[in-house]
Design a protein around this ligand. Structure first.
Ligand code: ZN
Length: 289
C-alpha cells in the first residue's frame, strides 16, 4: 500500500472570475451587503505525472450556455462576473509557459457551472470525479439539471471516455493529523493526491488532500468562507434550500471544522473564500519555460 503524501507536489491557487451574494448567504447572521465569491482553481505540478487542475472556474462558455431559457435563470439568480482577459484560466496558464495541452488531469470537485465551465478548453486532459455526482449531472430532464445547477452544455462531448471515478481508486489510511478523516482514495495510485467525498452541498463532492509546501486540503463548496469554520457559522437557511442534503452538509461541515481546529490541521481551502485567496493565492510557485 502506498504511503500517504510520500510524494510532494507543487501547488498554486488561481482566481478565475467571481460571483456575488449577500454575506449572510455564506455566514449565518452575516451582513446583507453583497460580497465576492471568487472562483478558485488549484494548479498542481506532480514530479512524474505533470500538470493538473482542481476545477476550472468560470469561462466564456458559461455565458454561451446560459443565453437561452431556462438556463438564463441561472445567470439571473447568480450575478456572475466573467474573468477579464488576463484572468481567464488559459491566459493565466500561458503566462506561466503552460499550454492547455500540457494539462494532464483535471480533478472535478463537483459539476456546478462555476467549477466546470472551462473543461472544454482542455481537450487532452483526463478527468477524475465522483460517480454519484457525474450520474446526477447526466440526468435527461433539462429543468431537473438546471434545478441542481448542472449544465450539460459545459461538458466535453467525450467526457465519458476521459473520466475516472474516484470511488474506484483504493482507499489508504491517513496520518492522525487528518482526524476525523481516516482514509481517502488514492487518486493517482502513488499516495500523492488523495480524494474524499464531502457530501451535502451536492449529492457528492470530491475534496482533494496533498502535501505541497505544507499539507493542503481543497474542499470545494463544503464551506464557502473559511470564517465559517473559524467561528462555527454555517450558511443561511436559504442556502440549504439549494443544497442537496442539509443533514449531510452539516455532518461534512462538522468534520471539516474539527479538522480545522485540530493542532496539526492542513491548510483548508474553500473554493470561494476571499480570505484564503488573499493569504495563499497569487504566487508563482509553478512556472514553465
Ligand atoms: Zn461553487
Amino acid at each position: 500500500m502506498n504511503k500517504p503524501f510520500a510524494i510532494r507536489v507543487k501547488f498554486d491557487l488561481l482566481k478565475v472570475g467571481h460571483c456575488q451574494h449577500p454575506e449572510c448567504m455564506a455566514l449565518r447572521s452575516g451582513g446583507r451587503r453583497a460580497i465576492d465569491f471568487p472562483a478558485l482553481v488549484g494548479l498542481i505540478e506532480h514530479p512524474q505525472r505533470g500538470l493538473m487542475l482542481y476545477d476550472t472556474g468560470y469561462s466564456r462558455h458559461f455565458h454561451e450556455a446560459t443565453k437561452r431559457f431556462p438556463e438564463c435563470l441561472y445567470r439571473m439568480i447568480t450575478p456572475v462576473t466573467l474573468p477579464p482577459p488576463e484572468e481567464e484560466l488559459l491566459a493565466q496558464l500561458e503566462s506561466r509557459g503552460i499550454r492547455a495541452s500540457d494539462i494532464e488531469t483535471i480533478i472535478i470537485s463537483h459539476f456546478h457551472a462555476d467549477h466546470v465551465a472551462g473543461l472544454r478548453d482542455f481537450p487532452k486532459a483526463s478527468f477524475i470525479a465522483t460517480r454519484s455526482e457525474h450520474t446526477l449531472c447526466k440526468q435527461k430532464n433539462r429543468l431537473g439539471r438546471l434545478r441542481r445547477a448542472y449544465m450539460r452544455e459545459l461538458l466535453p462531448q467525450d467526457m465519458e471516455k476521459r473520466l475516472q471515478y474516484a470511488e474506484m481508486m483504493p482507499l489508504i489510511p491517513l496520518p492522525d493529523a487528518w482526524k476525523p478523516f481516516e482514509a481517502m482514495h488514492d487518486l493517482l495510485h502513488d499516495g500523492s493526491l488523495l480524494g474524499v467525498d464531502l457530501p451535502g452541498h451536492t449529492a457528492s463532492q470530491l475534496g482533494l488532500a496533498f502535501y505541497a509546501d505544507k499539507p493542503i486540503f481543497l474542499i470545494g463548496d463544503s464551506c464557502w468562507k473559511i470564517e465559517g469554520l473559524i467561528r462555527g457559522k454555517k450558511p443561511s437557511p436559504l442556502a440549504y434550500l439549494v443544497f442537496d442534503d442539509g443533514e449531510a452538509y452539516d455532518a461534512t461541515f462538522a468534520k471539516l471544522r474539527a479538522l480545522y481546529l485540530s493542532p496539526h490541521a492542513p491548510l483548508v481551502i474553500p473554493s470561494h473564500c476571499t480570505t484564503t485567496w488573499r493569504q495563499y493565492g497569487g504566487s508563482r510557485r509553478i512556472q514553465r519555460g
